[in-house]
Every structure is written in structure tokens, then in C-alpha cells.
Design a protein around this ligand. Structure first.
Ligand code: SF4
Length: 469
């Protein structure tokens, strides 16, 4: 668990000093970037489908209430139960209520950022229900008592050597740092749990309003086991995950796996339609869909509206120069990376990202990589602006930029300041650069140089030229 009382700068610094983390991140993110590039390189329709996907998302958000009503009607017609949770606490309460009523003692889970968002595992444990993560990455971090550090690859921060050491220590089985061998061990450990569990808990990548179908895309097949073996299945999804029709779903499926892992399609696309019917051999007795608001609906008319189109593919994390250096835990919240900063602001308020909003070079790589072309840099700038206007920027920064703004607004002051600055900078300048500023200004030059004030400013040159004419 990340300690949020430690400032972000310090958390990031520790991540930069962690050589295992650096090694694991470089290998994994580079691989993801290459796979995505190859996948779209051999998919000429890709760009048009990305535009189409974005248009569908935008149109869906405009009539979100109608699509949700239709989804609810369809799920209920199929024999499922739909619950609406305004907050994380309400979502936990709903799920714990289902667990209590059905006498559940063990819950198997497939990877779900929505359940991470509502801290479900802790709540289940507290209520005497043992949660077992069954996605390999989630299983690893559950054994390590950690949180996911990537949206689709929760254990991306661990090397295979670290996983082998973890399995050996926690499971008491000697394990080699070989992914196949490690997967076999996890498989053997988890197989029994699927059979023992009374409750299956999943997220949802999409829910189709027209048919009441909840869609899960996975690569390990655990999602399929969870939705068919336990007596009760609970799916938790953010309200924005609804898509109008099966035709729309196909557009998203065509770009999601390519963006996430470079696959044409994920290995399993599981479609759940309510509980088991009389003529079916497998499936749960009860199916529950928990629709989670938790700050999303407010953003339909908010600064972060565009972020509601996110497919959670993780591509923006892989290309982000900040994420690639510090990994996910340094961000401190459930959702890391550039989109994670926006989602953190959505769920926890703008004050939570006072520093995080600056954890971006605004290079635009996330916008280029995003399958639905979410303009993350634009929203990060908006968050920075809102935080400055709300007086949340550090006092030193506020006074420095306030003084600079006054200078720029008053030409006479600006003209007088340039010769003065030239004198003051003399002891600090090395050639055309200042490498270290004194006092709290030193924070600016800790990671970059400051160019010296030019021997003649533009306006001084201009005036000189006019005199010569
Ligand atoms: S913002 Fe775009 S790139 Fe990032 S996770 Fe969401 S859909 Fe993927």
C-alpha cells in the first residue's frame, strides 16, 4: 500500500532508485509498445475504427441515462438483478449484502479495476469472506500484499526472479524464474479455489444495452471459470462502460486488444447473459450487476468528461515517459499513469492530484496511443489551472509565477527588469545557462537548466533597429 503521507516527489524518487523496478518496467512497456505498433501497422482499418469508437462513446455519453435504463431492463428480463451504487461505500455494502444473504465464505475474482477502486478485497476479508484473485498478475500481487501497478498488467513492476522468490516463500514450493513454470504453480493452486468458491466477482469491459450482455475480455480463461462455476456471480462496472449495441461492441473489441497487448482479439471474450437458464448446464443461480457511479456521472458535464470514454487498455501508460520511469505505485492511487491522474481527480477530487497533475511532460504520446483519442494532455492542463485558481499550488510557486505574470503585464516594468536580471544572474550564469538557482527556486533547476537573460532582449533589439532607421 502506498503511503500518501510521503510526498509524490519522494515516492517518485524512490521508484527511480529501484533497479528491479526499472528493469521490469523497461522490458514490459517496451514490449507492449512494439506489440501495439505491429498490431496497428498491419490493420489499415485501425484509424477509422478508432474514430468510430470515439464517436460511439460520445453519442453514448450524450444519452447515458437512456442506455443504462435499457441495459437494466434487459438484464432484469434475463433474470439478473441490477444495483446502482452512488459511492464506493454503497457498492461494498451491496456486494457484502449479497455475500451475507447467500452465505458465501470464499469469493474468486477475475481482474477488475472497479473492485480495486472500491477496496472490495479488504471489505470482504473484514466480513469473513476470503477473496482469491485468479488472474495471474493479480494473484501475484495478492500474495505480495500489494496493489496493481498497471491497469492491465498488475504485477508489471515485478521481475520473474522476484515472482519466483515470492512463490517459494509464500506457497512453500521451490519455484524457478520461468514464466511457464510459475504459471503452472499458480494454476494448480487456483484450480481448487474455483471449485470451492460460492461467489464469483468480476468487472466488466462492456455491457451491451440492447441485449443485457456483460462482456469480459481475458487471456487466461479464469473469467470464464468465475462466471460459470460459483453459485452467485457479481459483476461490478462503472456506468460509462455501457455500449448501445452488439455492432458497437465489435468496434471496441477490434481495437481494445490491439491497443492493450497487440493481439487481434483477447484469447477469451466471455459474454454473460443473466443467471443459468433451465436448459443450461452451467452458470450461476444468481447474477448481479452493480453499476458504479463514484464521481463519474458528475463528470458528464465536467472538465474530465472525455476520460469517461476510456477503455482501460493501458496503452497510455506504456508510452508515458513518466510512467515508464516511476511505475504505478508512485502515483499512490488505484489508477496510475496519465489516464490514472484524470481518474484519480474524478474519484477523489482535484486536490488529490495537485502534484500528480504535473507528473506529465505533456508530450502527447498518450493522445497518440489512445484507441479512442482521449486528449489527456488538455485535461491535465485544465486540472493544473483549476488547482492554481483554487489556490492549491505551493505558495512559493504561486508568488514566483504571480510576480512573473505582473512583469509580463507591465511593459515598462519588463523593460526595467531585463538589465537588472542581467546583473543579478552574473554570479550564477555558466555560459548561456544557469545550472543552479538559490533558495526554493532551486527546485526549478534540480532537473533542468535555466537559459540566461539574453544580452539584448527582443524589444531592446527592436528599439535599436528603429533608432538606426
Ligand atoms: S486513456 Fe486511452 S490509452 Fe489510456 S487506458 Fe484509456 S483508452 Fe487506453
Amino acid at each position: 500500500m502506498t503511503d500518501l503521507s510521503v510526498p509524490f516527489r519522494e515516492r517518485a524518487g524512490r521508484a527511480l532508485d529501484d533497479h528491479f523496478l526499472q528493469e521490469a518496467l523497461t522490458i514490459a512497456t517496451t514490449k507492449f509498445i512494439e506489440l501495439r505498433r505491429e498490431a496497428f501497422g498491419s490493420f489499415p482499418e485501425g484509424d477509422a475504427l478508432r474514430d468510430r469508437a470515439r464517436a460511439i462513446k460520445e453519442a453514448t455519453l450524450q444519452r447515458l441515462d437512456a442506455h443504462l435504463e435499457r441495459l437494466i431492463d434487459r438484464v432484469e428480463a434475463l433474470g439478473g438483478h441490477v444495483h446502482f451504487a452512488r459511492t464506493a461505500a454503497e457498492a461494498r455494502e451491496i456486494i457484502l449484502g449479497i455475500a451475507k444473504r447467500t452465505g458465501a465464505r470464499m469469493a474468486v475474482k477475475s481482474k477488475s479495476m472497479a473492485t480495486e477502486e472500491i477496496d472490495l478485497n479488504e471489505a470482504l476479508e473484514h466480513a469473513g469472506v476470503t477473496p482469491v484473485e485468479t488472474d495471474l498478475g493479480e494473484y501475484i500481487i495478492q500474495l505480495a500484499h500489494e496493489k496493481p501497478s498497471h491497469i492491465i498488467a498488475p504485477a508489471i513492476h515485478k521481475t520473474k526472479g522476484q515472482v519466483a522468490e515470492l512463490f517459494t516463500r509464500v506457497l512453500g514450493r521451490p519455484a524457478e524464474p520461468d514464466p511457464e513454470a510459475l504459471t503452472r504453480i499458480a494454476r494448480a493452486e487456483l484450480r481448487e479455489k474455483f471449485l470451492q468458491a460460492d461467489l464469483g466477482i468480476t468487472g466488466a469491459n462492456f455491457a451491451v444495452a440492447e441485449t443485457g450482455t456483460v462482456v469480459l475480455v481475458t487471456n487466461e480463461g479464469n473469467g470464464r471459470m468465475i462466471t460459470s462455476l460459483p453459485r452467485v456471480h457479481v459483476a461490478v462496472m462503472g456506468v460509462e462502460k455501457v455500449v448501445p449495441s452488439m455492432t458497437d461492441l465489435m468496434v471496441f473489441l477490434a481495437i481494445l486488444a490491439r491497443s492493450a497487448t497487440g493481439q487481434k482479439l483477447s484469447v477469451y471474450t466471455t459474454m454473460v447473459q443473466g443467471p443459468r437458464r433451465a436448459d443450461e448446464l452451467e452458470g450461476p443461480d444468481e447474477f448481479h450487476l452493480v453499476l458504479l457511479d463514484n464521481g463519474r456521472i458528475r463528470q458528464l458535464a465536467g472538465t474530465l468528461r472525455e476520460a469517461l470514454s476510456c477503455l482501460r487498455c493501458g496503452a497510455c501508460l506504456n508510452v508515458c515517459p513518466v510512467y515508464r520511469q516511476i511505475g504505478g505505485h508512485a502515483y499512490g492511487y488505484t489508477y496510475p499513469g496519465p489516464i490514472g491522474i484524470l481518474l484519480t481527480a474524478m474519484l477523489n477530487g482535484n486536490a488529490a492530484v495537485r502534484d500528480l497533475a504535473h507528473a506529465s511532460s505533456l508530450c502527447g504520446a498518450c493522445l497518440d496511443a489512445c484507441p479512442v483519442r482521449i486528449d489527456i494532455p488538455r485535461m491535465l492542463i485544465a486540472l493544473r489551472k483549476e488547482n492554481v485558481e483554487a489556490g492549491r499550488a505551493p505558495a512559493a510557486e504561486r508568488s514566483a509565477f504571480g510576480a512573473f505574470a505582473r512583469l509580463l503585464r507591465h511593459p515598462a516594468l519588463y523593460r526595467a527588469a531585463a538589465p537588472l536580471a542581467r546583473v543579478l544572474q552574473r554570479p550564477l550564469a555558466r555560459g548561456r545557462r544557469i545550472r543552479r538557482l538559490p533558495l526554493f527556486f532551486g527546485a526549478w533547476t534540480r532537473t533542468r537548466d535555466l537559459p540566461v537573460v539574453a544580452p539584448r532582449t527582443f524589444s531592446e533589439r527592436w528599439r535599436a533597429l528603429e533608432r538606426e532607421r
